[in-house]
Design a protein. Structure first.
Length: 492
């Protein structure tokens, strides 16, 4: 039966709510903006408050007999060739935890690429799942990790045949992609499910020139952040399911365990409207974005001292299997500066925000919302940055270890280390101790230190030198990283 994607059930129900002038004696307490602070209304506008209603007992009736959210989720599933779709207003940080909890339980093993986001590690801490880390493919020249290969997952399953499934991140925040079809085949020979953290891949199903997306590649569960490469609001996430390895009611239970009982209708409306936009206009919009990205890449490459990472840099033997060109990753070390310096200069002098910054790169994320005007401002700013770079001073050195030096032994479960007896010790005395906290350069949010890992001097030097150079470390208990939280000496 044909599905009518011109409809957006959440948006239509919200419009009907406003048209009928429903009078609410329920939360939210601002009562359609009437009670909101005038200064807040002036900044946010009343449309925000007018769209902020209860999902049940507001947008839908108290028994959700209108099936507003269910119909919106069914349309989303159809749009991306999934069997089931779940909306989340708590971001993909919740969605990926729900997926993990639906596949493995306390003290059960799950194969996970070590380039996973900190939300995955949070899921390990909350669940007690035992991670079996699968090594990414490391580009030692560029100091960059690409998703693990299917062969690496196959070897890990051979060593841990009791593993309940696997989790891979693809695309990475840098735009490099795994061969998801091959990884799914490795999992299904067991047969166990594959979870794909595709937070950066919301756009992939909607244009043939983009890398293959998880559901089409045979993954069982896929987690997608609509607010990243789509046009949803922040915290808007969906997770999709297909096949019979994970029951949909089980995945729904796990999501309900973690999710809010007060979902934001504003965020739900953004998810619903984005699906309609992509089904009706995605090919055209994303085609224009790809053409724009190609122009931007060529122009940046002509700026002395800058290099744009492209398919030849990211893909090939021992590297990634595919490449998304919309995250424009720019090496600036040829200017004698760090990505941290470049990002700060662009914000301070041109009011331009870059997505990510590391010791040698910045990332300029392009989407279907960009045009020649926005990218023209970016290109002009980058040319000015190249001219200003000699006056920014020598780049502080970040002591990046070798690939083997970055990896530390997992001494115990992340959950046990995080919740067990712990103490703060000076970083100079921390080598050899077991970490009791995460330490995560952000963005992109891949932890350098996990609870339960035995700390080494090269990783500690990397983090201390990175912090001194402008690296953002939002999660350690000591923001200055003079001390670090470790398992007590009696527990070592």
């Amino acid at each position: 039966m044909a599905v009518d994607h011109t409809h957006a059930p959440v948006l239509e129900a919200l419009a009907e709510y406003r048209r009928t002038g429903r009078l609410s004696f329920t939360p939210p307490g601002h009562k359609q903006a009437r009670g909101a602070d005038p200064a807040v209304r002036q900044v946010l506008g009343d449309a925000v408050f007018l769209g902020d209603v209860l999902a049940s007992g507001g947008l839908d009736d108290r028994l959700t007999r209108g099936r507003v959210l269910q119909r919106a989720q069914e349309l989303m599933a159809d749009a991306v060739h999934a069997e089931h779709t779940f909306f989340s207003t708590c971001g993909s940080s919740l969605s990926v935890k729900a997926a993990m909890l639906a596949v493995a339980g306390p003290h059960e093993r799950l194969l996970i690429g070590r380039d996973a986001h900190k939300s995955v590690v949070s899921g390990l801490i909350l669940s007690g799942i035992e991670p079996v880390w699968v090594e990414p493919r490391w580009d030692a020249e560029r100091h960059l990790a690409h998703p693990p290969s299917a062969a690496a997952f196959d070897r890990a399953f051979a060593e841990h045949p009791d593993a309940k499934g696997a989790l891979v991140t693809s695309p990475t925040p840098y735009g490099s992609c795994a061969d998801l079809r091959a990884v799914a085949e490795v999992c299904h020979r067991r047969p166990v499910p594959l979870i794909v953290d595709e937070a950066w891949g919301a756009h992939l199903p909607f244009h043939p020139e983009l890398p293959s997306w998880a559901m089409d590649a045979g993954a069982d569960i896929c987690v997608t952040s609509i607010h990243k490469m789509g046009s949803g609001l922040e915290q808007g996430s969906v997770f999709h399911l297909q096949g019979d390895l994970v029951p949909p009611e089980l995945l729904g239970m796990r999501a309900d365990l973690l999710g809010t009982t007060s979902p934001s209708v504003l965020i739900l409306a953004g998810l619903d409207g984005w699906r309609r936009q992509m089904v009706l206009h995605g090919w055209e919009l994303l085609g224009a974005a790809l053409d724009l990205a190609a122009h931007v890449r060529v122009t940046i490459e002509e700026i002395d001292g800058m290099h744009v990472n492209d398919r030849a840099d990211f893909c090939g033997r021992g590297k990634a299997d595919d490449f998304d060109p919309l995250p424009v990753i720019i090496e600036v070390d040829g200017l004698g500066i760090t990505g941290y310096q470049a990002a700060d200069w662009l914000r301070g002098f041109h009011n331009i925000e870059t997505h990510l910054a590391d010791h040698r790169r910045i990332g300029a994320q392009l989407t279907h919302a960009d045009d020649h005007e926005t990218t023209g401002e970016l290109l002009a700013a980058l040319k000015d940055l190249a001219a200003a770079a000699p006056d920014l001073g020598p780049a502080p050195q970040v002591e990046v270890p070798s690939p083997s030096g970055l990896r530390m032994a997992q001494d115990r479960l992340p959950r046990d280390a995080f919740f067990g007896p712990a103490e703060n010790v000076p970083v100079a005395e921390a080598a050899g101790r077991v970490a009791a906290e995460m330490v995560t350069p952000y963005p992109p949010g891949i932890p350098a230190v996990l609870p339960g890992e035995r700390l080494t001097e090269p990783v500690l030097r990397y983090l201390r030198s990175g912090l001194a150079s402008g690296m953002n470390l939002p999660d350690p208990s000591d923001p200055e990283l003079d001390t670090i939280r470790v398992v007590t000496s009696q527990e070592q």
